[in-house]
Design a protein around this ligand. Structure first.
Ligand code: GDP
Ligand code: MG
Length: 441
C-alpha cells in the first residue's frame, strides 16, 4: 500500500504542472491502493471528496510543495477516520471493571484476553479471566493454559453449558476476590450468526460490562466493516483490538472497524506470544500504512537541523538499516550534547518516549552515560557488528569487568540496543534524495 501511494505522489511531483487531471490521477491511484488494503469503499470515496475540498488547486500558490500538501491531506484524513472523537472507557486500577471480549471464532479473542490481562498485571493490576466460551471444545483448556502461564486467576467449567451462568459466576467470584480487571472471554462462530449475537446480548445483559472490546483479525479483508457493524448492533462495543498485525495483512481493516463501531482501536496484536501486544497509536499506524515510516515530520526535521554536509551520511546509514552499537554510541553522544542531530533522534519514537521519558531527563542522561561507559569497554568488532548474537556471556562479563558495572547492566543495555535496532530497521530502504534535492522528500 505504502509503495503504491508513494508512487502515486511521486508521479504527481514529476509532473511540471499540477492541474485537475494530475490530481485526479493521483487520487485514483491512492484510492486503488486503499481499497486493496481493505479500507471500505465508502470510506475511501468520502476521503477522496474531502481531500479535493482541502486541496483547492487554485488556492495553492506557486512555490508551495503541492505534493507535500496532498500527502499531508491524505495522512490527516486517514488519522481522522481512526479517531472516533471519544476515547474508550479506561478501567481504573483498584476499582473492579468488567471487560467483555467479542469477535468471530479464530479472531484471536482468547489469546488477546490473556495479552490484555498480562499487560495490566505487569503494571500492577489484579486481572482475572473468565471463560464463557462453552461452544468450542477445548476453549476452557486453552484459556486455562494461557492463564496459568501468566499466573492469572481464571474461572470456567468443563460441565456447564450455559455461558451466561459461567460468566455471572466468574464475575461475582472475582469481584469478591477484589480483582480490578475482570475479563470475560466469549465464544465465537465461524460466521456471523444470529445465535452468536443472541448469546453475546445475553452475556452482556447479565454481566453488565464496563467495556466491550471487539477483536478483529486484520486479515479478513473487505468483510471488516460488516463484521464490526454486526457486533456493534448486538452489544455496546466500546473499543477495538486488531490482531495478527504481524502477518501479511495491510491493516486497512482497522479503519473500517473504527468507522463501523465508532470506537477507537486500543491495542494491536503482533504475534502469538503473550508480550506481542502494542498500545495502538494513530499517527505511527497511518505512517506505516502509507509507507512513510513511523516518522512523520522526521525528514522535515533532518533538513531543518542537520548540517547540509552531514545529511547524506546520516540518511545513508538509516537506509542501510544496520544499527550497530557504534551508531548507538554516536547517537547517545549527540543526545547528550543535544546538538542538532540529538534533537532529531530525540524525535525517533523509541529514543524519545522510552529512553528519555519527559520529566526524567536527569535519570535518562545518567543511564545513557552508564551505557556509554560500558560501550567504551567494547572491541571494534563488537561495536561494528549488527548481530546481537555476537555478544555472548563471556563477552558481556568482560565488558562488565572492564567498565566496573554489573553483567546485568550490560544485558540491560543490549536489550535497549535490540529495541532501538528494531525501530531503526523500519527505516531500511528509505529513499535518499540527491544532493540539494531534499525538498523532494
Ligand atoms: P478465538 O477463537 O477468537 O479465541 O482465537 P484464539 O485466541 O484461539 O486465536 C486463534 C489463533 O490465532 C491462534 O492460533 C492464535 O495463536 C493466533 N493469534 C492470535 N493473535 C495473534 C496475533 O496477533 N498474531 C498471530 N500471528 N497469531 C495470533
Ligand atoms: Mg477463544
Amino acid at each position: 500500500l505504502g509503495g503504491s501511494i508513494s508512487r502515486a505522489l511521486q508521479q504527481m511531483s514529476n509532473a511540471t504542472i499540477i492541474d485537475e487531471k494530475v490530481l485526479n490521477d493521483c487520487l485514483n491511484e491512492i484510492t486503488r491502493a486503499l481499497l486493496q488494503s481493505d479500507v471500505q469503499f465508502k470510506l475511501v470515496r468520502d476521503m477522496q471528496t474531502n481531500i479535493k475540498k482541502i486541496v483547492n488547486l487554485d488556492d495553492l500558490a506557486a512555490g508551495h510543495n503541492k505534493r507535500r500538501i496532498i500527502q499531508q491531506a491524505v495522512f490527516n484524513e486517514l488519522c481522522k477516520i481512526l479517531d472516533p472523537g471519544k476515547p474508550a472507557f479506561a478501567p481504573k486500577k483498584g476499582k473492579a471493571s468488567v471487560v467483555m471480549f467479542v469477535g468471530l471464532q479464530g479472531s484471536g479473542k482468547t489469546t488477546t484476553c490473556t495479552k490484555y490481562a498480562f499487560y495490566h498485571q505487569k503494571k500492577g493490576w489484579k486481572p482475572a479471566l473468565v471463560c464463557a466460551d462453552t461452544f468450542r471444545a477445548g476453549a476452557f483448556d486453552q484459556l486455562k493454559q494461557n492463564a496459568t502461564k501468566a499466573k492469572i486467576p481464571f474461572y470456567g467449567s468443563y460441565m456447564e453449558s450455559d455461558p451466561v451462568k459461567i460468566a455471572v459466576e466468574g464475575v461475582e467470584r472475582f469481584k469478591k476476590e477484589n480483582c480490578d480487571l475482570i475479563i470475560v472471554d466469549t465464544s465465537g462462530r465461524h460466521k456471523q450468526e444470529e445465535s452468536l449475537f443472541e448469546e453475546m446480548r445475553q452475556v452482556s445483559e447479565a454481566t453488565k460490562p464496563d467495556l466491550v472490546i471487539f477483536v478483529m483479525d486484520s486479515s479478513i479483508g473487505q468483510a471488516a466493516f460488516d463484521q464490526a457493524q454486526a457486533f456493534k448492533q448486538s452489544v455496546a462495543v466500546g473499543a477495538v483490538i486488531i490482531t495478527k498485525m504481524d502477518g501479511h495483512a495491510k491493516g486497512g481493516g482497522a479503519l473500517s472497524a473504527v468507522a463501523a463501531t465508532k470506537s477507537p482501536v486500543i491495542f494491536i496484536g503482533t504475534g502469538e506470544h503473550m508480550d506481542e501486544f502494542e498500545v495502538f497509536d494513530v499517527k505511527p499506524f497511518v505512517s506505516r500504512l502509507l509507507g512513510m515510516g513511523d516518522l512523520s515530520g522526521f525528514m522535515d526535521k533532518i533538513q531543518e537541523v542537520v548540517p547540509m554536509d552531514q545529511q547524506p551520511e546520516l540518511l545513508q546509514k538509516l537506509s542501510e538499516g544496520n544499527f550497530t552499537l557504534r551508531i548507538m554510541y554516536e547517537q547517545f553522544q549527540n543526545i547528550l550534547k543535544m546538538g542538532p542531530i540529538g534533537q532529531v533522534f530525540s524525535m525517533l519514537p523509541g529514543f524519545s518516549n522510552e529512553l528519555m521519558p519527559k520529566g526524567r531527563e536527569k535519570e535518562s542522561q545518567a543511564k545513557i552515560k552508564r551505557y556509554m561507559t560500558m560501550m567504551d569497554s567494547m572491541t571494534n568488532e563488537e561495536l561494528d557488528s549488527s548481530n546481537p548474537k555476537l555478544m555472548n556471556e563471556s563477552r558481556m562479563m568482560r565488558i562488565a569487568r572492564g567498565s566496573g558495572r554489573q553483567v546485568r547492566e550490560v544485558m540491560e543495555m543490549m536489550e535497549e540496543y535490540k529495541r532501538l535496532a528494531k525501530i531503526w530497521s523500519k527505516m531500511k530502504g528509505l529513499k535518499i534524495p540527491k544532493k540539494g534535492d531534499m525538498s523532494a522528500l
